[in-house]
Each structure stands twice: as structure tokens, then as C-alpha cells.
Design a protein around this ligand. Structure first.
Ligand SMILES: *Cc1c(COP(=O)(O)O)cnc(C)c1O
Length: 232
């Protein structure tokens, strides 16, 4: 039995069906397979099934895994980034989805400058004003985005959010919608990297990614539905 392969196949079919039903192009939605605390062997299985984009939450874990993964596999950082880990982060990831302060952006930019490269980033927004969640407050995002645009090695591509814990997927819908409306507001104020074809919205996980797609997600972050329950 090839469970990971089957799970990926089912999720890709659901993404396509959901997108088409709401008038979107399925190709505009990228699946980030969240592989935190998932062994490298399972990631390899996913790669063999055609999945090349992964999300990791812990810097050291991701750095160790990166070394055993083929170069075509890309990693997005989706955890809480401390400034003192941003040097490793700059080397390990193709995108950091969780930038939420000028201080972090500045440190990241400095390390990227030393490495002579640039990186795509997202601004993490605490859209539900949840004290237990990371992210910038919506009211601060415009100022923050404009400051981040000034950093030469960062390309601000869009927004990411984790809504407050919801009992069911429909409960998350207003938060996803609010993130989309915020991104439209920021886009109208030229807060994102100029000349990007579309603004990225990273939202939706195993339990609610279909609702997130209906509300405009371009990146969905799915772990459990692909890999099963994680190791502790
Ligand atoms: C763990 C995690 C996910 C994936 O959650 P699942 O419920 O396992 O799909 C998505 N986003 C972030 C930020 C996470 O930490």
C-alpha cells in the first residue's frame, strides 16, 4: 500500500475539483506538503509521487533534512523564525512565509546580502487577533510591507496566516476572506514587490484547505492529510 502517494493523488484531485467549482485555475494553487517531524523516508516517498514543495517549521530539523533531499525539492519555512537562526534559514529555504517584523526582515536581508542572493518572503498576519498566534496585526501591515520593500534582497510576494483554532472549516472562512481583502488593499497601495503576476496567499491546512481555496489561497499548507499523524 502506498498511502502517501494515494493521499497526494486524492488531495490533488480535491484541489482541482474545488478550484474548478469556484471558477479558479487549479494551476494557480500550489500544495505545500508540511513535513515537520516527518522522517526523510516519507518525504522521499512524496517526492517519488511528484511532490516537490515542502513546508518545515524547525530550522535545525530542516537543515538536516535538506542535506539528504534532491536539489529539485524546495522548502518553505512556515515556523516561528528567531533572528539568530536567520543565517541558516537564508541558506535552507526558497521562501520564508513567516516574516512579521522589520527587525527580522533586516537581519534576513543582511545574511542574504552576505550570501549574494535574494529570497521570496511572505508577511505573516495575525488575522484573527489571536494572542496565541504569531504574525503582524492587520493594522500594521501596510507600514511593515513598505519598510520591507526597502530591503534589497527580500521580495515580498504576499501574505500568510494561521487563523484561530476553529471547530470546523466553515468557521475559518471569515478569516481567509479577511486575509484576501487585506491583500487586495495592500496591493492597491503598492505594498508588494513590483511586477509580480499575482499576490500569494498562504492559508488553509488539512482540515480547511478547500474553504481556503474558495477564498483565494494560492499556497495551501497540508501535513496530516498527506503524511498521517506526526511523530511526537
Ligand atoms: C503544522 C502546520 C501546518 C499543517 O497542519 P496540518 O493540520 O497537519 O495539515 C500548516 N501550517 C503551519 C504553519 C503549521 O505549523
Amino acid at each position: 500500500m502506498d498511502t502517501i502517494r494515494d493521499n497526494l493523488k486524492n488531495i490533488r484531485a480535491t484541489i482541482a475539483k474545488t478550484a474548478i467549482n469556484c471558477g479558479r485555475n487549479p494551476d494557480d494553487i500550489r500544495l505545500v506538503a508540511v513535513s515537520k517531524r516527518v522522517p526523510v523516508a516519507s518525504i522521499q516517498e512524496a517526492i517519488e509521487a511528484g511532490q516537490l514543495l515542502f513546508g518545515e517549521n524547525y530550522i535545525q530539523e530542516a537543515e538536516e533534512k535538506r542535506a539528504s533531499l534532491p536539489p529539485e525539492a524546495a522548502l518553505h519555512f512556515i515556523g516561528h523564525l528567531q533572528s539568530n537562526k536567520s543565517n541558516t534559514a537564508a541558506k535552507t529555504f526558497t521562501m520564508i512565509e513567516t516574516v512579521d517584523s522589520v527587525k527580522l526582515a533586516r537581519t534576513l536581508n543582511k545574511h542574504l546580502n552576505q550570501l549574494g542572493r535574494s529570497m521570496d518572503i511572505l508577511l505573516q498576519v495575525n488575522i484573527g487577533l489571536d494572542p496565541r498566534k504569531a504574525g503582524a496585526l492587520p493594522e500594521n501591515t501596510k507600514t511593515l510591507a513598505k519598510e520591507i520593500l526597502g530591503f534589497e534582497h527580500l521580495r515580498l510576494k504576499g501574505l500568510m496566516t494561521m487563523p484561530p483554532l476553529c471547530q470546523n472549516a466553515e468557521e475559518a472562512r471569515p478569516y481567509f476572506k479577511a486575509l484576501r481583502l487585506l491583500s487586495e488593499d495592500l496591493q492597491a497601495s503598492s505594498c508588494f514587490q513590483p511586477n509580480i503576476s499575482s499576490v500569494e496567499l498562504s492559508m488553509g491546512m488539512s482540515n480547511d484547505y478547500t474553504v481556503a481555496i474558495e477564498e483565494g489561497a494560492t499556497l495551501i499548507r497540508v501535513g496530516t492529510a498527506i503524511f498521517g499523524n506526526r511523530q511526537q
